[in-house]
Design a protein around this ligand. Sequence first.
Ligand code: NDP
Length: 238
Amino acid sequence: MKRVFITGGSRGIGRACVEYFAKQGDRVVFVYRNDDFAAETVSESCGALAIKADLSVAEEAVRAVRDAVEHLGGIDVLVNNAGISQIKLFTDISDEDWQRMISTNLSGAFFVTREAVKPMISAKQGRIINIGSMWGKCGASCEVHYSAAKAALSGMTKALAKEVGPSGITVNCVEPGVIATDMNSELDSETMSQLCDETPLGRVGKPSDVAKLVGFLASDDADFITGQIIGVDGGFAI
Ligand code: NDP
């Protein structure tokens, strides 16, 4: 039984990860920011503890990790999944847009990981799985700030993997393609069908497609895999 801490677990990919680990009997704590009803629903159905925190704020991220460590007695698996997206022309991205994107999608993962890795180092074991995006690798037009934050997450993954490998901790990054979640609800049906056409496997992904890879990376079978950036995108980013 693992002790698992997942950010952004109230919806979409994070929720699928909470369900995956809960189903295999692991103890799960997850963080959400706004949606109390969604968080309660997941919490009740999975028996997971929900913590409300804005992870883009360092103090809130630290508090969330400390509460999780207290509840679980440690953390074996950290999944940095919480994130936001925004579609805007590059020249329309305001300072606030840029700051909000970087502080949520990159700094949030930094604040959480810096705190969560301490007990992992003491325990000389741990798994850190960052949820990046294929756009961090390919770059998305009209999502420059999102792509930049996700590319940085991939760099953070590789550097941290080298630093904490000697402490028995693996760090990997999963880069999803187009996954059917609220994040893509702004996209019209024509855009979604175009994205399907551009995906060699001819469909958009399900949150569970991502959760299965995350589950594998957290499993004993993945204990020699670290510093890797692994796509789950139906071949989109080949
Ligand atoms: P959703 O929008 O469905 O869910 C986002 C989750 O993150 C929610 O639980 C939300 O909580 C939480 N969250 C957002 N900001 C914060 C914050 N500041 N502090 C704490 N929690 C926060 O997203 P997806 O499931 O689609 O995406 C999950 C991850 O996967 C993201 O990092 C995203 O970039 C990445 N990804 C998604 C793809 C897709 O096609 N869907 C493709 C590639 C990558 P609340 O609802 O309470 O605000």
